[in-house]
Design a protein around this ligand. Structure first.
Ligand code: ZN
Length: 433
């Protein structure tokens, strides 16, 4: 089912006319109300009025995650706080997370985009949606929730965790759609099988998964274990949250971007030059309908390609491929964004610790497991074990507090971690995605 039949099937020319009008409005507003944007425009000598066609978008400067951090918490808001009805923040980042705001109209836009997304993923009014995305500052849970209500489906706000209770609800309430991170749903499947629950006896038809990268192999595994059709959903809080793009269940090949709300570009991440359709590069978004938190040429750091090929579902919106990597060193662990530098700063603040460390990420029982190996001074090994245990405990606690994810900390003797002649190998990611 196509939820927003008019906007999801617009001829290219009509879509581009809408995009240009909305872009020009957004630029005028951002320039007038956000000092950061006015300064950036002035630096490159551009005024909103100079943008006369969609091609002129490339005249505008990029916006980066660092820009959002520099304006923490509300410096990028384009409306007075009286108009802001919701605030979300990126999870798991230290010091200055990125904070985003929504007006009532933004919430309605987002709910509409999520209603569209759920419908593209197979949901209809009569469905019961088991929403296992986390509720909170993270946009996943509430994003799905509002979209499900807008669509008219019944949503179960089960959130993440408490897996056994989730399985009871799945048996008793008979949900037909499940939304979660792909790694969590596989974990759920494993616990269900331990409890003797067979997914063939449950009512699931479709699953909508996202918030972390996942492969085609993982899709096959999920579909086989859960006996449902699995689609990919993409979004990031800086742009709006989930619902920026969605795979249709008919094709299951690439995610349709909501181009009537976000203009996508693919650039060469080294030169900033825009790349044509089909070429792989960094994904950039410009929001063209958001009120509280417009983003202009926002660098997502996600690597993908875009295709305008027609789709069997009838939507005319371009599709982006599954995200294949990042241009920075960010890791996504259990759906949480983690930068190795955050862990490094925790380690470096700990007395007795040497500046040699390595992070290892594994997937055990379908859940991500982070191990932090760090060298400590030789003298600590010659003493009793107590000081070592204390350091270990302290680091474990500080990492959890800083990144929001638990890590197993292993203290090792000096020169245990292999030295590199070039760039240090700080991260070993053993997850097969
Ligand atoms: Zn499609």
């Amino acid at each position: 089912m196509i939820y927003d039949i008019e906007y999801e099937t617009l001829p290219r020319e009509a879509l581009e006319a809408i995009q240009l009008r909305r872009l020009q409005n957004t630029l005028e507003r951002a320039y007038a109300t956000v000092p950061f944007y006015r300064k950036k425009f002035t630096e490159v000598g551009v005024k909103p009025g100079d943008i006369k066609s969609l091609k002129d978008l490339r005249l505008l400067p990029f916006t980066t995650k660092q820009d959002l951090r520099d304006n923490y918490p509300f410096g990028m808001f384009a409306v007075p706080m009286e108009m802001v009805v919701r605030i979300h923040a990126s999870s798991g980042t230290t010091g200055q997370p990125t904070v985003v705001g929504y007006t009532a109209r933004d919430i309605n836009t987002w709910a509409t985009l999520m209603a569209r997304s759920l419908a593209a993923g197979g949901a209809t009014r009569g469905d019961i949606i088991h929403n296992a995305f986390g509720y909170g500052l993270f946009t996943g849970g509430l994003g799905v929730h509002y979209g499900a209500e807008k669509l008219g489906a019944s949503v179960i706000p089960v959130s993440g965790g408490n897996t056994k209770r989730q399985i009871t609800i799945m048996k008793d309430f008979g949900p037909t759609i499940i939304t979660a991170t792909p790694s969590y749903v596989l974990h759920l499947a494993e616990i269900a099988s331990e409890l003797g629950v067979d997914f063939r006896d449950l009512k699931f038809k479709y699953g909508i998964f996202g918030a972390e990268p996942w492969s085609e192999n993982m899709r096959e595994e999920i579909e086989r274990k859960l006996h449902l059709k699995a689609v990919d959903i993409y979004g990031l809080s800086e742009v709006i949250g989930p619902g920026v793009s969605i795979e249709c269940h008919e094709a299951q090949r690439g995610m349709h971007i909501a181009e009537d709300h976000f203009i996508p570009e693919i650039i060469n991440p080294d030169t900033g030059e825009p790349l044509p359709y089909g070429e792989t590069g960094e994904l950039i978004f410009t929001s063209i309908t958001k009120e509280a938190f417009p983003v202009l040429r926002y660098r997502t750091r996600d690597i993908t390609a875009i295709t305008p090929e027609p789709c069997i579902c009838g939507r005319t919106l371009v599709r982006m491929k599954k995200v294949s990597g990042r241009t920075d060193d960010m890791l996504i662990i259990r759906g949480v964004n983690v930068f190795p530098s955050q862990i490094e700063s925790v380690l470096m603040e700990t007395e007795g610790v040497e500046p040699h460390y390595q992070l290892q990420v594994d997937r055990v029982d379908n859940l991500d497991k982070l191990t932090v190996m760090v060298e400590v001074g030789e003298h600590l090994f010659s003493d009793t074990v107590r000081p070592l245990q204390e350091i270990e405990k302290k680091i474990t606690k500080n990492i959890k507090e800083t990144i929001g994810v638990s890590a197993q900390v292993k203290l090792v003797e000096p020169k245990t971690i292999q030295r590199s002649e070039g760039k240090a190998v700080r991260v070993i990611d053993n997850r097969k995605l």
